[in-house]
Design a protein around this ligand. Structure first.
Ligand SMILES: O=C(O)CCC(=O)C(=O)O
Ligand SMILES: [Fe+2]
Length: 217
């Protein structure tokens, strides 16, 4: 099922059951979204992501960066990362998203897709540090890409195109019951930056430079 809504019907839950994924449409003007994109392309220290999968060391085509309230250390796919502290632009976007969605976030994973040859395969976001029924706010800048959901049991699919400056909030049972992906789109030649704001459980997440007691090493 592909969805296209009049702006007046937004925000709106894209999922027919087992979760809430609210699509808000564009929350930033075209000019503002272009400004953010330029800023992120120029100033974020992008790095290829690494993971251990089926015992093999993998380096992704897509690049990533982590930001947060503090220099959290956290581990997924067998690798530990340390978050950088918010930039003014990320903080401004976070505040607008928190105002609209009514949730609060303490970290953000940024993804850079250089063009349509790069995507992200089917997955759900359930790192230990996220806790159950996590709330993830996804903001997109640059090339419009398709975003798909697939129900884990019924296999029902829902797709939405995410234009520059748009917001999607995944919450409730979304991660437990649905997978999502950003499929490759060979005709897309422009870059896309996606921000996923998350709330990491601090008890599960060590702050870099502190030992178990919280003392600075
Ligand atoms: O790029 C996107 O829209 C999705 C990113 C995503 O699913 C993730 O970072 O977990
Ligand atoms: Fe995800």
């Amino acid at each position: 099922m592909e969805l296209d809504f009049p702006e007046a019907d937004l925000p709106r839950n894209l999922l027919p059951y087992d979760g809430e994924s609210l699509y808000y449409g564009r929350i930033f003007s075209t000019a503002q979204a272009e400004e953010f994109l330029r800023c992120f392309l120029a100033s974020i220290p992008w790095q290829h992501d690494e993971a251990v999968m089926f015992g093999k060391h993998i380096v992704t085509a897509r690049k990533v960066a982590w930001y947060g309230d503090a220099r959290y250390d956290y581990t997924y796919s067998g690798k530990t990362r340390t978050a950088r502290v918010w930039t003014p632009e990320l903080l401004a976007i976070k505040q607008e998203v928190e105002r609209l969605g009514g949730s609060s976030y303490n970290s953000c994973l940024l993804n850079l897709y250089a063009d349509g040859s790069q995507g992200m395969g089917w997955h759900h976001d359930d790192e230990k540090g996220l806790g159950p029924d996590s709330d993830i706010a996804s903001v997109s800048f640059g090339a419009e890409r398709r975003f798909d959901f697939r129900h884990k049991l019924s296999k029902e699919k829902v797709s939405v195109f995410l234009p520059s400056g748009s917001l999607l909030i995944m919450r409730g049972r979304t991660q437990a019951c649905w997978q999502h992906q950003v499929p490759k789109a060979m005709r897309v030649t422009e870059p896309r930056v996606n921000l996923t704001f998350r709330r990491m459980l601090i008890a599960e997440t060590r702050i870099a430079g502190e030992d178990e007691s919280g003392a600075i090493r």
